[in-house]
Design a protein around this ligand. Structure first.
Ligand code: NAD
Length: 263
């Protein structure tokens, strides 16, 4: 019997923003598939707590970190190596989506979104890629973008949409550069996914809870598959992109939105 093309047993992975939402869904799938995962999250306490919910066979470790901090990438690589001996997979999932119409947007608010969603992702990728090149066994970098990288979904997300458009182009540029090292770089564009983040009233939106519910209902009604996504919908595609099954795919964006962009 041949080795499964989906086998990632024994690989070492870093998942940013891994303490909840899509990130934790990804952590759960990778650990279940036998990878050892470093859960990296701004909320280090929650990241540590959630390790007890994982059942293996892969192992987990956790670290509290802001991906936009100077040298966050090096810290994550060092921590992953200290725990598991290598860095084979990086899932750049940490991201924020505060709402603000551009007419009211502060420079600080704009910069925070770009710093976390784009610059943090780029420099964590740089550190992981340097390590993967040194190891000489290839690697997998997976960036969680958004359908907003292709099409704005609502008013109030100019900074966010710009950051995710940047993630898409960064994915392609890095894939071009790292191809000769057998490191693939791909992105996933989730549509509306039920997470702790989307359940919270969107900060700065100025909407009441009722208005927010109505907006989400309207969003879900426009999804051809007639449901919001779940973190596992994104985690399964992440697992594919982390596995040898996707070895000849690089610089790609996979839209996982229940068909939302079709309408
Ligand atoms: P969430 O808010 O539920 O969880 C995000 C996690 O990231 C939290 O654990 C948070 O502590 C962590 N985090 C935030 N800032 C961080 C930082 N600076 N450094 C390290 N960790 C940080 O979010 P989610 O809904 O699961 O979204 C995850 C990713 O998916 C984001 O990049 C988001 O833009 C993207 N996305 C989400 C949706 C959706 O509908 N939920 C749709 C498209 C794209």
């Amino acid at each position: 019997m041949g080795i499964s093309p989906f086998d990632i047993a024994g690989k070492s992975a870093i998942v940013t923003g891994g303490a909840m939402g899509i990130g934790f869904g990804v952590v759960r799938r990778l650990v279940e598939a036998g990878a050892n995962v470093l859960i990296a999250d701004l909320n280090g306490e929650l990241a540590a707590l959630r390790m007890s919910e994982l059942e293996g066979p892969g192992k987990a470790a956790s670290i509290g970190i802001d991906v936009s901090a100077h040298d966050a990438g090096r810290t994550l690589v060092d921590e992953c190596i200290a725990n598991f001996g290598s860095v084979d997979i990086l899932v750049n999932n940490a991201g924020i989506y505060p709402m603000s119409p551009m007419l009211d947007q502060s420079l600080e608010g704009w910069q925070r979104v770009i710093d976390i969603n784009l610059t943090g992702l780029a420099f964590v990728s740089k550190a992981a890629a340097q390590q993967m090149v040194e190891q000489g066994n290839g690697g997998k970098i997976i960036n969680i973008a958004s359908i907003d990288a292709l099409h704005p979904s609502m008013v109030g997300l100019a900074a966010y949409d710009s950051s995710k458009g940047g993630v898409l182009m960064f994915t392609r540029a890095l894939a071009l550069e790292l191809g000769p090292h057998a490191i693939t770089v791909n992105a996933i564009a989730p549509g509306g996914i039920n997470t702790e983040g989307t359940a919270a009233p969107l900060q700065g939106s100025g909407m009441t809870a009722e208005e927010m519910d109505a907006m989400l209902e309207q969003f879900a009604a426009a999804i051809p598959l007639r449901r919001m996504g779940e973190p596992d919908d994104i985690a399964n595609v992440t697992l594919f992109l982390a596995s040898p099954a996707s070895n000849y795919i690089t610089g790609e964006l996979i839209v996982v939105d229940g068909g939302r962009l079709l309408g």
